[in-house]
Design a binder for this molecule. Structure first.
Ligand code: ZN
Length: 116
C-alpha cells in the first residue's frame, strides 16, 4: 500500500482516537522533533527537551520508530485500516482519484464536486 503524506495527515487528523497509547506517544515524539527542527537557530535547550522526552518514553513506543518515521506512519495506518475498516472513511474523488481533505466533504482538492 502506498502511504502518501496526504493520507498520513488525513488519518492522524481525523482518526487519531484509534491510535494506541504507544503509537500516540511515538507520534508526539515525532511532532516535538519536527517542531524543534523547524527552528532556525540551534538551541541546546531544545536538544535537551528531545533527550528528556526520549528518556521518559515507554520502550515499546520507541520501538515503533526503529524503522524510521515513514515506516511508523505506514504501520499505524495499515493497522487502523485493518482493524477499523468499517469505521474509517477513505474519501476519494471518483473523478480524479485524489484523497479529499476530510472524510465528509464532497469536494476534492481539484475542485470536483459530486454528491455521493
Ligand atoms: Zn477530483
Amino acid at each position: 500500500m502506498v502511504v502518501s503524506d496526504d493520507l498520513i495527515s488525513y488519518i492522524f487528523k481525523f482518526y487519531d482516537s484509534y491510535l494506541t497509547e504507544n503509537e500516540f506517544e511515538a507520534w508526539e515524539f515525532l511532532i516535538l522533533k519536527k517542531k524543534i527542527k523547524a527552528h532556525l537557530f540551534y538551541n541546546p535547550n531544545e536538544e535537551q527537551r528531545i533527550r528528556k522526552k526520549t528518556d521518559s518514553m515507554n520502550k515499546d513506543s520507541i520501538k515503533l520508530l526503529k524503522d524510521g518515521e515513514h515506516q511508523f506512519y505506514k504501520d499505524v495506518i495499515e493497522r487502523i485500516l485493518r482493524e477499523k475498516s468499517e469505521d474509517v472513511i477513505i474519501n476519494i474523488c471518483p473523478i480524479c482519484g485524489v484523497l479529499r481533505r476530510t472524510p465528509w466533504t464532497n469536494q476534492c482538492r481539484n475542485g470536483h464536486k459530486i454528491d455521493n
